[in-house]
Design a protein around this ligand. Structure first.
Ligand code: RBF
Ligand code: MG
Length: 193
């Protein structure tokens, strides 16, 4: 009798598939609630757009390889002293690559140190241009006009979460850039090739 009581106490209570499901579900919900997805209403449009030009530098290649969103990186130091870009986070606007025809396309960019990873030492301005280019353009000029701030840079618990948020940012920016107050900036002087 005593033996079986001991055995019972030292065993973790078995979870029924039902309560197991509830536990997992609760955990998933808690993670989701930690960081709410960006929304169009959250966008803070800048008083004046920031025109950026720089030479695309090589990153870790994670954007295309692991995340499915190839980014073109500019040195974060381009933003030093720019008051409207003091915050690390996701910005939206327009961009073009003169050496690839200069077509102006929709753009979202993360400015920061990719805090989900711990191997990015300095601030980088990483732009995702909403067009599929036929080749890489490292070492070539990219021009951006940044018109709004979407959300702060976040440290995610998983790469899946990062991918979900990036996908959402792209969708929100895609729609927001069609708004009259945003669309006009595609003709900004600094993008004209
Ligand atoms: N990295 C983060 O650590 N946190 C973020 O919140 C984050 N948001 C991003 C949003 C967009 C739209 C893009 C294009 C990138 C973002 N990144 C973020 C950067 C991401 O970690 C980086 O692109 C990859 O690591 C490839 O360098
Ligand atoms: Mg990149």
């Amino acid at each position: 009798m005593a033996r079986s009581r001991l055995a019972f106490v030292s065993c973790p209570p078995l979870l029924s598939p039902r309560s197991l499901h509830r536990t997992t579900h609760r955990r998933a919900a808690a993670t989701t609630m930690t960081h709410k997805l960006s929304a169009q209403d959250d966008i803070e449009f800048l008083k004046t757009p920031i025109a950026v030009r720089g030479i695309v530098q090589r990153g870790f290649g994670r954007g295309s390889r692991d995340l499915g969103t190839p980014t073109a990186n500019l040195p974060g130091t381009l933003m030093d002293g720019v008051e409207q870009a003091e915050r690390d986070g996701v910005y939206l606007g327009w961009g073009c690559v003169p050496s690839l025809g200069g077509q102006v396309v929709k753009m979202v960019a993360n400015l920061g140190r990719n805090i989900t990873y711990d191997d990015v030492p300095a601030r980088v301005l990483e732009a995702y241009l909403m067009k599929q280019y036929e080749r890489d353009f490292y070492g070539e000029e990219m021009r951006l006009v940044i018109i709004g701030f979407m959300r702060p840079e976040l440290k995610f618990d998983s790469i899946d979460e990062l991918i979900t948020h990036i996908g959402n940012d792209v969708a929100v920016a895609d729609a927001a850039l069609d708004l009259p107050k945003a669309a006009g900036f595609r003709n900004h002087d600094s993008l004209v090739v």
